[in-house]
Ligand binder design. Structure first.
Ligand SMILES: [Zn+2]
Ligand SMILES: [Zn+2]
Length: 333
């Protein structure tokens, strides 16, 4: 049975669960739902007027979903700024297609295992489930490779490439892998990879020959871009949740990203999701300026999935503000 005790760490007598107004996609009637209940059992909510399901079933696709529906505001504003740098966007798309995408595909074909109908079709099935729920039309190329760290990465434009580490496959359940795949697809849908490459080139000085671009690489801009990279993870987490449609799964996955799932831990104890969520909630009560400086800190640049507890808080905020439920009720861009 799913462990849902974590909800009590967020919503309790001191901080009661908010209610959110959901408009029925069948009859347009307004329904008020208790967030703490809807997040656990969305399938049990029916419209008070027409008695039909208020939310999409877990396998129903979010047809023609635009990433603008779920982009985190901090991510969306930086994406607009980056795209506005003169000439950079076109240049990066060209570089990306011809070098990054081709080189990565070649590299993975040479070193990793390419999944298909005759090779690990089960992993293809997991990835396709996430893609179908998000209504992603990418031509997916799924790889996995033996890496001792829990990680997944994605790249590509026309040729979407997703690669899972074997450690990740060891640690996660199928549903948690759907969350991770949705997260990676979120990066593709928002074109984060293209913006990230632009950012890496800016930081490495690779574009300083172009004067219009050189002036953008002052330290404050670098820090702002680092902060954006962190914020792009928040958008991707939202896509992950829209793909797995189960907050307990999403949180378990995030806890495993921080803790791993190794015998040294699980042979001694059952990790508590409620205690993990409580740890994240305590972070919120501490110095918010310190957290903000961490988010844009250069010192954690090399961490692929930093600040897990902060991401948990941001995902909870998204649920509380109701945007997630609106999308599941069919109201999105
Ligand atoms: Zn209705
Ligand atoms: Zn990510």
């Amino acid at each position: 049975m799913a462990d849902t005790a974590w909800t009590g760490m967020i919503w309790n007598d001191e901080h009661p669960s908010p209610k959110h107004e959901v408009i029925c996609r069948h009859c347009r009637a307004k329904n008020r739902v208790l967030v703490s209940r809807a997040i656990i059992e969305p399938e049990k909510f029916i419209c008070a007027q027409c008695k039909q399901a208020l939310f999409l079933a877990s396998d129903e696709p979010l047809l023609a979903l635009s990433s603008r529906s779920f982009e985190h505001p901090l991510d969306a504003s930086t994406l607009r700024t980056l795209r506005a740098i003169p000439g950079a966007s076109i240049l990066i798309k060209m570089l990306f297609k011809h070098f990054n995408e081709r080189a990565l595909f070649y590299n993975l074909s040479a070193n990793a295992i390419h999944c298909g109908p005759n090779q690990f079709p089960e992993l293809m099935q997991i990835a396709n489930t996430a893609a179908s729920r998000l209504d992603c039309k990418f031509n997916l190329n799924i790889f996995f490779t033996s890496i001792p760290f829990s990680n997944a990465f994605t790249s590509g434009g026309d040729k979407a490439i997703l690669c899972f580490s074997t450690a990740l496959l060891n640690h996660l359940t199928d549903d948690e892998l759907i969350f991770v795949t949705g997260h990676e697809l979120g990066h593709l849908m928002s074109e984060h990879l293209i913006s990230r490459l632009l950012f890496e080139l800016l930081l490495s000085g690779g574009l300083t020959a172009i004067p219009e671009i050189a002036r953008y690489i002052s330290l404050p801009i670098q820090l702002a871009l680092l902060k954006w990279i962190r914020c792009s993870e928040l958008t991707a987490d939202r896509a992950g949740l829209l793909a797995c449609r189960n907050m307990t799964t999403a949180l378990n996955c995030m806890m495993k990203m921080a803790a791993g799932n190794d015998p040294g831990v699980y042979s001694r104890t059952n990790l508590s999701l409620a205690a993990f969520v409580e740890q994240a909630c305590q972070l919120k009560q501490q110095d918010s300026q310190l957290l903000d400086s961490f988010v844009s800190s250069i010192f954690i640049r090399q961490q692929s999935h930093p600040l897990i507890a902060w991401r948990v808080l941001e995902l909870i905020d998204w649920i509380e503000n109701g945007n997630y439920f609106d999308i599941l009720a069919g109201k999105y861009i």
